[in-house]
Design a protein around this ligand. Structure first.
Ligand SMILES: Nc1ncnc2c1ncn2[C@@H]1O[C@H](COP(=O)(O)OP(=O)(O)OP(=O)(O)O)[C@@H](O)[C@H]1O
Ligand SMILES: [Mg+2]
Length: 217
């Protein structure tokens, strides 16, 4: 039977896809599952801080190498299609599909993180959304809690549905301890308009995955 998985995307860059993907992976690992993680391309390696593949590996307890988690890794903080071009290459969709397949084959569950949002190009002719469709996992959309998020989230859900993707949940992140009226209404309104479960994830101590609350999707 195929390994179950999720594909974590977001309304854009820096909304918390890695943290949410790590929280889902950590939750599955804490249930005793062997979890693989996957991210098609990581850019911005020359910036400070832990890389996406390192946090995903740490949270999931996976033994995968950088290469196995993220087949393409680039220094500039650019869209993957451009980062690849600047390195004199082009991202190969078949290599991504193969790598995700290999990662999933040796695990009980796989958690994939996209790059930016759904319509980000991995190559000039292949978008993150195309990869999500090829892998076939349900999509989890990470979005900010505050003003503007209804529009961004509903646009992303439409883009997912337009490609036949199943949207399993939205996660509003980071969800404040005392949400404002706008934030509470955003949660209700997205759930009502999109007919999708809307979860929340509080600010986490990223150094201690064992302290994180479970995020069951
Ligand atoms: N719930 C949270 N608790 C603590 N820190 C968070 C949380 N959510 C996001 N952050 C911080 O906000 C920043 C952006 O989060 P993250 O890296 O997960 O976003 P992203 O959507 O994966 O970004 P990218 O598009 O670069 O992959 C990071 O510095 C991360 O540590
Ligand atoms: Mg990330």
């Amino acid at each position: 039977m195929a390994t179950p998985g999720v594909f974590v995307t977001g309304t854009g860059t820096e909304v918390g896809k890695t943290v949410v993907a790590a929280a889902i992976a950590r939750t599955l690992a804490a249930e005793g599952k062997k979890v693989a993680v996957f991210k098609p391309a990581v850019t911005g390696l020359d910036e400070e801080g832990e890389t996406d593949h390192a946090l995903l590996r740490r949270a999931s307890g996976s033994q995968q190498s950088d290469e196995e988690i993220a087949p393409y890794r680039y220094d500039p903080p650019a869209s993957p299609h451009l980062a690849a071009a600047l390195a004199g290459e082009e991202i190969d969709p078949e290599r991504l599909r193969q790598a995700a397949h290999v990662a999933a084959a040796s695990a009980d569950a796989i958690v994939c993180e996209g790059v930016g949002g759904l319509l980000v190009p991995l190559s000039p002719t292949y978008l993150v959304r195309d990869l999500a469709a090829d892998l076939g996992y349900p999509v989890v959309i990470v979005a900010s809690p505050g003003l503007g998020t209804i529009n961004h989230t509903l646009l992303t859900i439409e883009a997912a549905h337009a490609a036949g993707l199943e949207v399993s949940a939205v996660v509003l992140n980071p969800w404040p301890e005392e949400p404002t009226e706008i934030e509470r209404d955003n949660r209700k309104t997205i759930a009502a308009l999109a007919n999708v479960p809307v979860h929340t994830l509080p600010p986490l101590d990223l150094s201690r995955p064992e302290s994180w609350p479970p995020l069951q999707i």
